[in-house]
Design a protein around this ligand. Structure first.
Ligand code: URA
Length: 423
């Protein structure tokens, strides 16, 4: 097999054969295909696309580059959720224990944040003592004994994707739907879940800025899951404005705990319950307890406390807080009409909640509190945002990010995307 023939075939718009796909992914994973050759192939894929058969095979080859976990022998069915990422998206934190409390096992392999979107592991690491790295045996025990686990993907999980994602990041080839879909799904297939719910975010703070791109990404991922016998469904959900009222690692853990205690912001609860119902239904648990009941009756909170303890954390320890804070006040009275997710994400990032490079550390206490969301009425001089940081000299940059992030008008906003919608 010759890599140049494969690059030329895709460059000229031809469909790659299963044998070509298996060979090129496997050869790339063992460094037998050069980075510049894979960069050329990725660019050809970005321009020419891939058929359903190609993308499915490509995903399978990437999964096969590492180990595939198997939890089929657990007494409970496995089900997971993947979000394509957004600002204030702390849904996994309450959703995992809520769904486990309803009878499923949730093996959630999560990532860290990069840029303006937060990462679930960074949030959980705000809990004193909590550790993200578990061996497959520890993961299995947690699933069997507690029902839910959120941990880091080990280096053996789809290593071809790890290598390819780093290459795409520096060659302008991240924004290819087949490459994004196969990257996400190769890790989910390797994780060994039997069912999967995809929360595909749409809007300024999301990867996908338009409904048509979000729908195409969701469709591609659902097809890959279906082709590999993972019951996969997708919801398209709004990311024009942050989820909930807190953005930043420890701040989001605190907000998720409010949801687990039966309270919390309405949008966080609505999304948690909608995704939880889909996860249970995809796992075939149609007669299970409702996730809304698990949040209200304390059973989700019990699972959360056990989950945190199982990974070395103390669920009763006070969460870290930032040393400095400042408020931004409303310049006029009216109704908040727009509150841009991307600007809030960038502000939280510049306060220290996010990282520029993979190896950077993040501040647990940094972030933004949103005192008003679209549709809320405010009075002039009331606080709109509180900014939290460990370093006072970060406040000015964050405030600048937020300058044009919102509008206050006399009339209420029209919602661009309503409640979570099925694909
Ligand atoms: N997340 C992934 O895991 N892969 C992508 O390509 C994009 C987002």
């Amino acid at each position: 097999m010759n890599v140049i023939d494969i690059i030329v075939a895709k460059r000229d718009g031809r469909e790659l054969t299963p044998a070509q796909i298996d060979w090129v992914v496997e050869a790339y994973a063992r460094d037998a295909v050069a980075e510049e050759q894979m960069a050329a192939l990725s660019m050809a894929v970005l321009w020419r696309g891939m058929s359903r058969a190609e993308v499915s095979r490509w995903t399978e080859a990437m999964t096969r580059s590492g180990t595939r976990l198997d939890f089929a022998d657990l007494p409970r069915p496995t089900t997971d959720k993947h979000s394509t990422g957004g600002v204030g998206d702390k849904i996994t934190l309450a959703l995992t224990p809520a769904v486990a409390a309803c009878g499923a096992a949730v093996p959630q392999l999560s990532g860290r944040g990069l840029g303006h979107t937060g990462g679930t592991l960074d949030k959980l690491e705000a809990i004193p003592g909590w550790r993200s790295h578990l061996s497959p045996t520890e993961m299995r025990s947690a699933l069997r004994d507690v029902g839910g686990v959120v941990c880091a993907a080990g280096p053996d999980l789809a290593p071809a994707d790890r290598k390819l994602y780093a290459l795409r990041d520096v060659t302008g080839t991240v924004e290819s739907i087949p490459l994004i879909a196969s990257s996400i799904m190769s890790k989910k297939l390797a994780e060994g879940t039997g069912a999967l719910v995809l929360d595909v975010k749409v809007g300024s703070g999301a990867f996908m800025k338009t409904m048509s791109d979000a729908r195409a990404l969701a469709r591609t991922m659902v097809d890959i899951g279906t082709d590999h016998e993972v019951a996969t469904v997708a919801l398209l959900t709004a990311m024009d404005t942050p989820v909930g009222r807190e953005v930043g690692n420890a701040r989001e853990v605190a907000e998720a705990c409010e949801v687990l205690a039966g309270g919390g912001p309405e949008d966080v609860v609505e999304l948690t319950v909608a995704l939880g119902r889909e996860m249970l239904s995809a796992a075939g648990l149609t007669a299970a307890k409702d996730p809304a009941t698990a949040l209200a009756d304390g059973s989700a909170m019990d699972v959360w406390r056990r989950m945190v303890r199982a990974q070395g954390g103390d669920p009763d320890a006070p969460l870290p807080t930032a040393r400095e804070h400042a408020q931004i006040l409303a310049g006029r009275s009216g109704v908040v009409r727009r509150l841009d997710a991307l600007a809030v994400g960038r502000a939280a990032w510049s306060l220290g909640a996010g990282r520029d490079r993979k190896e950077d550390s993040v501040s647990a206490g940094a972030g933004v509190r949103l005192h008003a969301k679209p549709g809320d009425r405010i009075q002039a001089s009331q606080p709109l945002f509180t900014l939290y940081t460990d370093e006072a000299d970060r406040l000015q940059d964050a405030a600048r990010e937020l300058t044009d992030s919102y509008t206050v008008e006399d009339v209420a906003p029209d919602h661009t995307l309503g409640p979570p919608a099925s694909l």
